[in-house]
Design a protein around this ligand. Structure first.
Ligand SMILES: [Zn+2]
Length: 202
């Protein structure tokens, strides 16, 4: 089978066009290395989606999470939230970013989750061996030196994962936008054992 796709992306005044060809057995280089490398993995995902959709039947679900829970977690590739927590499709909202940090944007999602989609509980999950323990706020300076602009966002690097979970719980509990802050619990997921360890909020 040969899959042929074409996409156009407009960035500012520049228009780029990517044309990629892929077979099921091997990718065929047709453009620059970067475009091929990016296209190959995305084409693989799209291919997998075709198989997924072929087996898919509309579960007829409401958008409101069945378990009324929102999970905020690190984006780490080793953390399979649904498998690790016994969650199924439709059970929860998952909000992920680097570190599982409670940023303004996470508060935005949690606010919509609670006020518009009925969630009431919040689970915060950090994990062992997080990349944010390996960098510091100096990363912002490094970026400024390289690109001439300092990012407005904080890196949110941390040294003590338990303390960072406690800070995250505190940010959630003190947010004026959230309706439900009585059931907020924080955990550290061990990427070696798969076990969650709860962090004492005190
Ligand atoms: Zn992480």
């Amino acid at each position: 089978m040969t899959l042929f796709s074409r996409s156009h992306r407009q960035t500012g005044s520049q228009v780029t066009s990517n044309v990629m060809t892929m077979t099921t057995s091997a990718s065929v280089p047709t453009e620059s290395e970067g475009a091929i490398r990016g296209g190959t993995v995305t084409d693989r995902l799209v291919d997998a989606n075709g198989r997924y959709a072929a087996e898919f039947t509309d579960p007829g679900m409401d958008a409101r999470p069945v378990l009324h829970v929102a999970v905020v977690a690190c984006m780490d590739a080793r953390l399979d939230l649904h498998a690790a927590l016994g969650l199924e499709l439709g059970d929860c909202h998952t909000i992920r970013n680097a570190g599982g940090v409670v940023t303004d944007d996470v508060i935005r999602s949690l606010t919509i989750s609670q006020r518009k989609l009925g969630t009431r509980s919040i689970v915060l999950i950090h994990h062992t061996g997080c990349g944010l323990e390996a960098i510091t706020e100096d990363f912002r300076t490094e970026l400024e030196m390289e690109v001439g602009q300092r990012p407005a966002w904080a890196v949110e690097a941390f040294r003590d994962v338990d303390q960072d979970v406690r800070q995250s719980m505190q940010r959630v509990r003190t947010s004026p936008f959230l309706l439900h802050t009585d059931d907020v619990r924080g955990f550290v997921f061990d990427v070696k054992t798969g076990l969650l360890r709860e962090v004492d909020p005190a």
